[in-house]
Write a protein that binds this ligand. Sequence first.
Ligand code: NAD
Length: 469
Amino acid sequence: MATSASAVDIVEVVRQVLARLKEVERGGRAGRAPCGIYASMEEAILRAEAAQKKVTRMTLKEREKCIATIRAALRAHSQELAEMAVQETGMGRVADRIVKNNLVADKTPGTEDLTTEAWSGDAGLTLVEMSPFGVIGAITPSTNPTETVFCNAIGMFAAANSVVFSPHPAAKAASLRSVELISEAIMQAGGPEDAVTSVAEPSIEATQILFGHPAVRLLVATGGPGLVQAALSSGKKTIGAGAGNPPVVVDETADIEKAGHDIIAGGAFDNNVPCIAEKEIIAVESVADYLLFNLLKNGAVQLKDRRDIDHLAEVVLTPEGKPSRSFIGRDAAVLLKAIGKEAPPETRGIVMEVDKKHPFVQEELMMPILPLVRVRNVDEAVQFAVQVEHGNRHTAIMHSKNVDNMTRLAREIQTTVFVKNGPSYAGIGVGGEGFTTFTIAGPTGEGLTSARAFTRKRRCVLVDAFSIR
Ligand code: NAD
């Protein structure tokens, strides 16, 4: 009996030690709510408001130390967050999520993004500085939950704001875990508690409270058109990062082998969930067959039979012709299985030829389905690309060796991101120059957001001094 009782004791001791280790690993908060997460939106806002006063008193160097710790936390938890997001939302691929998380850790600008304008002369010295808004309300999507929360938090905190996140309820666990890790990292580096907060049960109602709260000075809305419209109607200053439907145009001068490779690389990345990903291919007739050959060579499969294409459309679209949420971001093999076709799990994408009006072309599917529309020449290609982008002014891609053709599409389509001769993700700094962001503000014009987008410009004038010219 005694032996058995002590065995039970040992098991209990081991259980307690393991729980304690987990507690230490998670910042010593077991049994308490995770860092930065509050039961009500009101409390999350008021806490962030108090914290922001402390953030403004931090030096740039102190803020930068916190940002370095946030970056390190993201790198250390990149895989955990990738797995959480894919498991919770059913969207995307873990390996690609890790790439996106690490991209945010490495290439989101920090305090170095904040610059000063100066005038000096007989009347003295005048500065225009980028100063914080205060408390920012950030609404984040289900499609890139961890990437958007980390990317927004780094830029907003760099500019001395605090931020209250209202994440998509379907990505609650991954988003809140991100908020917790950021909040812990800031405190670990000597920053204040609650510089980054959120609400334990995200909902549209919680977002409405954020929209109406007087302490919130700026809204940053990353998501579909419904969200951007609602945020813009709130009466608050809003940075709106909305939907896209990026066309990729291939003309007769393009390097077709490279175009085939790059379109699959970008269009199949994370199962086409990124808002910048190639959503429909517009190919000039004379190169269309060879392009199709190269798309297949790079891991896509083609549906040729009209009945298969119709069947796929029936399955992945709602009766209204919109993408069915349960198929967004799913693997190509899963989509094929849904129409009774077996394919290896590594299948990158599904291509098919369709006409211009097909919903696969017109709708932002966010699935690894890459419809190809054949056009007579580059004139028709440019015209159709402009039309199918629907005025979102988001992203377009072109493969061409003709500078005039590329210039023409860039001018006519007016997108925030225009990638030439590369995969779409080159536009956010993967294999292309420039910083990264997961909030691309086309509708309101801030473009690829970074710390400076989250600032107010303030003029500071010193009369009759400090001009040494
Ligand atoms: P979504 O619009 O369904 O949700 C985004 C967020 O808005 C969520 O937090 C959601 O709860 C909230 N929301 C939605 N409608 C709302 C309303 N009427 N009032 C208040 N809150 C509302 O988007 P999603 O499916 O999670 O994300 C995919 C969409 O986001 C795509 O259209 C994609 O193109 C777009 N997106 C754009 C960018 C960009 O940088 N421009 C980045 C990522 C995603």
